[in-house]
Structures are given as structure tokens and as C-alpha cells.
Ligand binder design. Structure first.
Ligand SMILES: *[C@@H]1O[C@H](CO)[C@@H](O)[C@H](O)[C@H]1NC(C)=O
Ligand SMILES: *[C@@H]1O[C@H](CO)[C@@H](O)[C@H](O)[C@H]1NC(C)=O
Ligand SMILES: *[C@@H]1O[C@H](CO)[C@@H](O)[C@H](O)[C@H]1NC(C)=O
Length: 485
């Protein structure tokens, strides 16, 4: 996931982690009352179950001191009840989190912190064992961050009682089992991060009731079943990542109701059927990945309405038929990946030159003929047109093509005028002639692969470091890094 997206997802939580850093040391003691004995006992029991704390993060947590005024990461209300417990050891002043860890298990006594609003024990890396069912007693709990640990077991059923929950982060643990609809019944949570666990079973059908929710990240689990149709009710949803699961069925047309959605990642699932034309309703969408599924039919022309789209990745599906020319309207599009679809493109449509793409990936899409000359004046950095002469049974119009011809003719010298090109992947085609010196010496060139073509002649001297494998299977090519001519 790129940095932009990561910031988008985690931005909020970091923002107030930074606020918290100041809580124990810098705020004047608003709190005069001594720490409530039940809360102190609970936190000392938590400390007791931490069997390794090499950076001594919990050193300030002593029996003789006031937990409200002297304990790192602990904040109380005026009556001496603990309201916030956050991971101690955050370094103030910047985003840098001290690289440290704590080993141990979560104390059942934490369930006694009856005024607790925030519990942030994220990124301690070595918290093990289950989330105690006693956490269901934390009726004021609003923010729970336990991500990046080694927690096991399932999400306790008692979470159904946590009616105040606004942000729940359990990502990157080993939590298994399903998310029963009854657990999620009361959640209207504005942020839900359960990615990178071993969760399975269907996405709870109650999802349609989480009307306040803005972010749902369930990627990298083992969720199956279908995408609940109720998802279209989540009018505030901005971020939906269900990628890398085993979700099947078709994309519900109701998804078009998500007019605030900025990011939709459904890639690496078992989705079938057509992409619904209602996708045109996702007018805020900037990042769309539906790759690595079993989607069929045409690419809907209604994608042309999504004027904010920056990334469109439909690769590795079974999409076929003509590309809708309406895609030319997507003037903010930077990445277009349609590779590994039986599109039978034959040629790169001319309207592609109206786009201002940065990455164009059309590997194995049935392209034939010469490389278009307009590529020379494009702003492309990454061009991947490889594997277009691989055999495949593509139905083009009414004619079943058994073999694709791929790119043919010479690599045009003018391609060397596309100064921003850093990646040129044109292996497995039927290109002939020599490699133009100007192309292989493009200033930004980092990746170059022309293997398995019919190129001939001496490889021009070049400064980019290109492996031998990038030239192989061209019987007529010679010169370094291949044997001398
Ligand atoms: C506890 O954390 C919440 C959320 O970050 C914050 O709004 C509140 O001011 C904190 N309370 C105290 C007493 O530090
Ligand atoms: C604190 O939690 C423990 C474990 O759940 C429980 O046995 C104990 O009764 C609780 N103490 C109070 C005062 O609630
Ligand atoms: C994931 O689900 C499949 C069935 O869909 C199951 O066979 C497999 O064991 C599950 N894997 C994990 C890690 O839960």
C-alpha cells in the first residue's frame, strides 16, 4: 500500500497519539485525587503479566506512586478514575515511535477500568494470548488499539456491549474465528481495522447498520461469503479495503451508493460476474483495485464518470470486449492496469494519448501491431506491454483467435523521446530489428525487458544495469551482457 494511502488510513490515530504524549508529563495536575484503588490494582496486574519489558517502559508504574500523576501513558479524570491508557515510550515531537517491545498477555483486570475511554497497546509487538472477554465490561471504551501484536483467539462476543466504540484497531495479529453479527450489532464505529488476521466466515450482514462508519479495513484475512448488499447504506464510508480474502459472489450494484468513497480495494478475492454499471455512483473514488478476481463481461463505460480516479487496476480478471472510449475523460488517472484480461485489444486505442498516465500496464491484453508513435510524447514512466504474443483463446467479435500475434515491427527510435520512462517491459512479443541506442540510454531507465522477441544486432552500450535475462530468447542479439558479436 502506498504511503499516501497509509497516511490516509492511519493519519487520525497518529494525530491523537501525538497529543497523548504530553498527557502524563506536561499537563499540570488537573487531577488532584489519588488514583482509584481498583484502577491501580488493574494496571499493576497488567504490569505483572508483562514478562519482558527491555526498554523499561513501565518503570514509572510503581505501587507507591499515584497512577494519575506519575505513571507514563496513564491519564485520569477529576475523580481519580483512569480514562486513558496508552502505549508508554512514545517519543514526543515527531512521528517516531521508539523501536521497542513488551512481551506478555493481557490482564483480565483491565476489564475493571470502568471509566476507560482509550486503550492503546498497539505495536508492542509481543503481546500474546486472547483479548479477555472482560473487555466487554468497559462500557465507556471509545478507542481500542491493539494492532501489531501477536494476539490470538477470537473477537470476544462481549464486544457487543461496547456501544461507545468509535475506533477499533486489531490489525496485524493472529485473531481467528468469525465476526458474529451479534457482536457487531451495536457498532456504528467510525473506524474499523481488522486487517492482517486469520478472521474467517462471512462479513457480518449487520454491516449495513454501521451508518456512521468512515473506514473499513478487513484486508488480508480469510473472510468468505459475499459482500453484503447493505454496504450501499454506508453513506459516510470513505475507505473500504476487503482485499486478500476469499470473498465470492458478484459486486452488489448497491455499491454505487457509496458517494463518499475514496478508496475501494476488492482485489485478490473470488469475485465473479460483471462489474455493475452503478459503479458510476462512486464519484469521489480515487483508488480502485478489483484485480485478481474472476470478473467477466465488459469494462462498464460508466467508469468514465469517475473523474477523480487516480488508480484503476482491473488486472487479472476475465474481462473482455471493447474498451469504453469514455475512459479518456479520466484526466486525473495516473495508473491504468488492465493486464492479463482477454480483452483482445488488437491495438492500443488512439484515445489513450489523451490520458496523462504515469503507469500503463497492458501485458497480455491481446495487443498486436506496431508500438504507437504517440508514446514518444507521453508522460509515462512505466510502460508494460509484455506477453502479448502468448497463445490464448480469445473471442474477438465472432472470431475465435487461437494465437495472439503480439507487438510487431521495430522498437521506434522516438520512444527515446519519452524522457520520463523508467520502466519498459516489452518481452514476449514479436518485435524485430535492433534496440535503438536512444531508448536503452533513456536517462531515467531502471527496468528494461525485451526478452523473447525477434530482435537482432549489437546491444548498444548503456549505463543502466540490465540483467542478461532481459535480452534472452532473441537469437539475433549479441554484445554485452550477451556474448560478443
Ligand atoms: C483521553 O484521550 C482522549 C482521546 O484522545 C482525549 O480526548 C482526552 O482528552 C484524554 N483524556 C485525558 C484526561 O487525558
Ligand atoms: C477485577 O477483575 C477481576 C478479573 O475479572 C475480578 O475477579 C475482580 O472481582 C475485579 N475486581 C473488582 C473490584 O471489580
Ligand atoms: C481459510 O478458509 C479456508 C476455507 O475457505 C480453510 O480451508 C482454511 O483453513 C482457512 N485458513 C485459515 C488460516 O483460517
Amino acid at each position: 500500500m502506498n504511503r499516501k494511502v497509509t497516511e490516509f488510513l492511519y493519519g487520525d490515530s497518529y494525530a491523537y497519539q501525538n497529543l497523548l504524549i504530553c498527557v502524563p508529563s506536561l499537563l499540570p495536575p488537573l487531577v488532584s485525587k489519588a488514583c482509584h484503588p481498583v484502577d491501580k490494582e488493574a494496571l499493576l496486574d497488567f504490569k505483572h503479566r508483562i514478562i519482558s519489558d527491555p526498554s523499561e517502559l513501565l518503570n514509572s508504574w510503581t505501587v507507591s506512586s499515584n497512577c494519575c500523576t506519575s505513571w507514563d501513558g496513564v491519564a485520569c479524570d477529576v475523580s481519580g478514575r483512569v480514562v486513558n491508557v496508552s502505549r508508554p515510550g512514545l517519543v514526543s515531537g515527531n512521528d517516531f515511535i521508539e523501536d521497542t517491545y513488551m512481551s506478555g498477555t493481557l490482564s483480565l483486570y483491565l476489564g475493571n477500568l470502568s471509566s476507560l475511554q482509550l486503550l492503546d497497546l498497539s505495536n508492542l509487538k509481543d503481546l500474546k494470548g486472547p483479548i479477555p472477554r472482560e473487555f466487554g465490561k468497559l462500557s465507556q471504551l471509545t478507542y481500542l488499539f491493539l494492532d501489531s501484536n501477536k494476539l490470538t483467539g477470537s473477537i470476544p462476543m462481549t464486544f457487543g456491549y461496547l456501544s461507545q466504540m468509535k475506533k477499533l484497531y486489531l490489525s496485524d495479529n493472529f485473531i481467528s474465528g468469525s465476526v458474529p453479527a451479534s457482536v457487531a450489532r451495536h457498532w456504528t464505529s467510525v473506524l474499523l481495522g481488522l486487517s492482517g488476521n486469520l478472521l474467517s466466515g462471512p462479513i457480518p450482514s449487520t454491516i449495513g447498520k454501521w451508518i456512521m462508519i468512515t473506514k473499513i479495513d478487513l484486508h488480508g484475512n480469510n473472510f468468505s461469503g459475499r459482500i453484503p448488499a447493505g454496504i450501499g447504506n454506508l453513506k459516510n464510508l470513505k475507505f473500504l479495503d476487503l482485499s486478500e480474502n476469499k470473498i465470492g459472489g458478484s459486486i452488489p450494484p448497491s455499491i454505487g451508493g457509496l458517494s463518499e468513497l475514496i478508496l475501494l480495494y476488492l482485489n485478490e478475492n473470488h469475485l465473479t460476474g460483471r462489474i455493475p454499471s452503478s459503479i458510476s455512483g462512486l464519484t469521489s473514488m480515487q483508488f480502485c483495485r478489483l484485480s485478481d478476481n474472476k470478473l467477466t463481461g465488459k469494462i462498464p463505460s460508466s467508469f468514465g464518470n469517475l473523474l477523480n480516479l487516480q488508480t484503476l487496476d482491473l488486472s487479472r480478471n476475465q474481462l473482455s470486449g471493447q474498451l469504453p472510449p469514455q475512459l479518456a475523460k479520466l484526466q486525473r488517472l495516473q495508473t491504468l492496469d488492465l493486464s492479463f484480461n482477454p480483452l483482445g485489444l488488437v491495438e492500443i486505442p488512439n484515445w489513450f494519448q489523451e490520458l496523462k498516465l504515469f503507469r500503463l500496464i497492458l501485458a497480455k491484453t491481446g495487443i498486436e501491431g506496431q508500438l504507437p508513435h504517440w508514446l514518444a510524447s507521453s508522460s509515462l514512466s512505466v510502460l508494460d506491454l509484455s506477453s502479448n504474443s502468448l497463445s490464448g483463446n480469445y473471442l474477438i467479435g465472432l472470431v475465435l483467435k487461437l494465437v495472439n500475434n503480439g507487438l510487431s515491427g521495430k522498437i521506434p527510435v522516438e520512444l527515446g523521446d519519452a524522457k520520463k520512462l523508467s520502466t519498459i517491459l516489452i518481452s514476449r512479443n514479436k518485435l524485430i530489428g535492433a534496440i535503438p541506442e536512444k531508448v536503452i540510454n533513456l536517462n531515467e531507465l531502471k527496468e528494461f525487458d525485451v526478452s523473447s522477441n525477434r530482435l537482432r544486432g549489437r546491444i548498444p552500450t548503456h549505463k543502466a544495469i540490465i540483467p542478461v535475462s532481459a535480452f534472452k530468447n532473441n537469437p539475433g542479439l549479441c554484445g554485452a551482457p550477451l556474448p560478443p558479436c
